[in-house]
Design a protein. Structure first.
Lengths: 379, 370
């Protein structure tokens, strides 16, 4: 087998580039869609809980009960969207989804509080979204607890006791993401998902389309080697992928203010490996599919688990062992580990080398496999 | 009209039967997804890897650490002899949190002085960290109450009776499975139909079809029917697996769910067909369909990420996706058991989407044929 000739490859790259960018609709998909996707999904992938719609049913209506409601709104976590006079109103609000939390203050709340009779506040949470439910319930309990501690201390003082002892204090510091903004964690992941989708979309139908259109036979009679053909298809897409990377990274940092603590060079190396892996998988899919329809379905059957197993929507370490092992085969998972490490922790290749190594292995393994498959399908 | 519609439907079915990968997508994807999501996705955080630095080393601190372990949410994976090593555990991701107990903690607690603990968290996954922090606060609070009220005849000042409705154990599975039905529905629908018309254009069979006396509505209906049937089977399959295998509660009416599934599927299917007819190229149709269905269905439908958390513009945008309304329907029917009296708005929206989808597809088809 002879080495790829530079002239052949350059010629092919020119042809592919022209074919790729000729259609304005494709240009839009390639350059505009990633930015729009990142912005839209960047806002969507937000699990921070604030302004949870809350309905208050206050049977007491005293300064004390109002102070408790104020403690809820002042936290910024809850927003009183409705007030009811009957418990049934709370039920209706939760059922229709107008409120996620219902706070019910019993009659005699203030009197019981002053007399030290431990009044009971009722908190109802709609658990339909288990994530919102868990966090909102935690906040609500904490607010009532703090309110109670203050009231209890005041009561003790009034009765001539010493104020209640302070007890345990638990200040917490979150590293890497001090504000605990879920977006800082999820936006880099969206970058990974968008890049992979782009690579697959641009390559997986490439060979199948030529086969269906009959132009593959024409290419076969030219003196081009399979390696040259593959290079001609991969180089323009890689360049497009890198431009996309630059675009979405800029949006992530400039628009979403995601901290970027690592070095651009480490990101670039990871992205090149990831993009090559993505389009190599795409080409591989293309060579094993006879029609575009088949290629599309296969691509989807690859992309879907790749996203699910990547730890995009939820952490990998909570998965059962079998899925954790499967996820080792997932290029998206490794890329996400890398980008999150680079963005949030400022990690370099020293800490992330296993991921780099795996990505490199996948990239060149899949590319080699695609060339071999392609050669066989030509023969 | 029915004869010709059925003929097109039959042709479409034959074509589908010859395409094993589409069949796999149509019938294996839903159970695979349910199994995947049911087993692989756990948002429930109950195994927080905790490292403890105990600078006090008394019985009280032992009890404190014990309280963390017994909460069932934390696993102590290591103990530090040097507080300076805390960072290593976090940066490698070997621990999610470090609990630091400073010297003098027990003495402070006994003397009624504020006894500070320190919790260091790997905040990079903000969601997990928030929940872990919350559990830690819970443990510390309970410990604190027990420690400070010891020997005092003071009842806790305010009691909270908190109850969670609809998903009493706050299990993520109960939220994921109903939402997944909507995701599966929109993916299957759009992907299966995205190529149907573009393929005919590329192969030149569209001209043949047009030259027959068949009308647009018959083409659309004929291509719609088989996929609608597949979609309904898929939804049924998902409901069965979700309730039988994963014990997700189903409190509402099955009839209502399927009644509302029809307009949802019609809307999603016609959306795929609309793309297909509008771009006439299989490559472009797949690209548009992927970008416009999979990730939006996953991220903008309220399936996992609560729509209430999104900024106003994005919330407005979610109204463009029928999946958003259908997720509301499935979650409400599964978990809340409510009926049309609550869901009529969603039902209306779905019907409107279906009608709009049909009208749009027919218009594009008419324009192209002419």
């Amino acid at each position: 087998m002879r080495l790829p000739s530079r002239r052949h490859v350059l010629e092919l790259v020119r042809k592919e580039r022209r074919q790729l960018l000729r259609d304005p609709r494709t240009r839009m998909i390639v350059f505009v869609a990633p930015i729009v996707q990142l912005i839209v999904f960047g806002y969507a992938v937000n699990t921070d809980i604030h302004d949870v719609a809350t309905i208050v049913v206050d049977y007491d209506v005293t300064p004390a009960s109002r102070r408790l409601v104020d403690a809820f709104t002042a936290s910024g976590r809850f927003r009183v969207t409705d007030r009811g006079t009957r418990s049934a109103a709370a039920l209706e609000a939760l059922e229709s989804g107008d409120a996620v939390v219902a706070l019910e203050i019993p009659a005699g709340f203030a009197a019981d509080l002053a007399a030290g009779r431990s009044p009971s506040v009722q908190i109802l949470v709609d658990g339909t979204n288990s994530n919102t439910g868990t966090v909102a319930l935690g906040y609500a309990n904490r607010i009532v607890q703090r309110f109670g501690a203050e009231a209890g201390s005041a009561l003790a003082v009034r009765r001539g006791f010493e104020p209640l002892p302070a007890g345990v204090d638990l200040p917490a510091r979150a590293w890497y993401n001090p504000g605990l903004r879920s977006r800082d964690y999820n936006v880099p992941a969206v970058i990974g998902a968008v890049l992979m989708l782009m690579c697959l979309l641009l390559t997986s139908l490439a060979v199948a389309r030529e086969r269906e259109a009959g132009t593959l036979e024409q290419l076969m009679v030219t003196p081009l080697t399979p390696a040259e053909l593959m290079l001609g298809k991969t180089i323009p897409v890689s360049v497009v992928g890198l431009i996309d990377l630059a675009l979405v990274t800029t949006v992530a940092v400039a628009w979403f203010r995601v901290p970027f603590r690592g070095s651009l060079l480490t990101l670039l190396v990871a992205a090149v490996l990831y993009i090559v892996a993505g389009l190599a998988f795409g080409l591989l899919i293309s060579t094993v599919s006879k029609t575009q329809q088949e290629a599309f379905m296969t691509m989807f059957l690859f992309f879907l688990p790749a996203i699910i197993l990547a730890g995009f929507l939820y952490p990998v370490h909570t998965m059962p062992a079998l899925f954790r092992w499967l996820s080792v085969l997932d290029p998206v998972r490794h890329f996400l580990t890398i980008v999150r490490g680079i963005f949030l922790k400022g990690e370099g290749m020293a800490g992330l080398w296993p991921e780099y190594l795996i990505l490199a292995g996948m990239a060149f393994g899949a590319l080699g496999l695609a060339v071999t498959r392609f050669r066989r399908s030509l023969a | 009209m029915t004869g010709r519609t059925l003929a097109i439907a039959r042709k479409e079915l034959i074509q589908l039967r010859r395409d094993p990968r589409s069949l796999i997508l149509a019938f294996l994807l839903p159970p695979a997804l349910i199994l995947f999501f049911g087993y692989a996705i756990r948002f429930d955080i109950d195994d927080i890897r905790l490292v403890v630095w105990d600078g006090d080393r008394t019985q009280t601190t032992d009890r404190l650490v014990d309280a963390f372990v017994r909460s069932g949410k934390f696993t102590v994976v290591g103990r530090l002899t040097d507080y300076g090593d805390a960072g290593d555990w976090l940066v490698r991701g070997d621990a999610l949190a470090v609990l630091a107990i400073p010297p003098g903690f027990t003495a402070d607690l006994a003397a009624g002085r504020p006894a500070p603990l320190q919790l260091l968290l790997d905040g990079s996954d903000a969601n997990t960290a928030t929940i872990a922090l919350d559990y830690a606060h819970g443990v510390a609070r309970a410990f604190s109450v027990r420690a400070t009220l010891e020997g005092r005849a003071i009842a806790p000042p305010v009691r909270t009776a908190s109850r969670v409705w609809y998903n009493e154990s706050l299990e993520s599975r109960n939220m994921v499975v109903p939402g997944l039905i909507a995701v599966i529905g929109s993916i299957i629908a759009a992907l299966l139909t995205a190529l149907t018309i573009a393929r005919e254009w590329e192969r030149g069979t569209m001209e043949q079809l047009v030259s027959t006396p068949v009308r647009e509505i018959e083409i659309v209906a004929g291509k719609l029917l088989p996929y609608l049937a597949i979609g309904l089977v898929d939804v049924a399959l998902t409901v069965l697996l979700g309730t039988l295998l994963f014990q997700v509660p189903f409190r509402g009416s099955v009839l209502l769910l399927f009644l509302l599934t029809v307009p949802f599927l019609v809307a999603s299917l016609t959306f795929g067909m609309f793309i297909s007819a509008a771009v006439r190229s299989q490559v472009l149709a797949t690209q548009f369909a992927m970008i416009a269905t999979y990730l939006p269905a996953l991220l903008l439908s309220g399936f996992i990420f609560a729509i209430a958390n999104m900024p106003a513009i994005l919330r407005a945008l979610t109204y463009l996706f029928p999946a958003r309304f259908y997720v509301d329907v499935t979650k409400a029917v599964f978990l809340k058991g409510v009926g049309l009296e609550v869901l009529w708005e969603e039902a209306l929206a779905l019907v409107l989407f279906a009608v709009a989808g049909l009208a749009l597809t027919m218009r594009v088809l008419k324009k192209e044929v002419a």
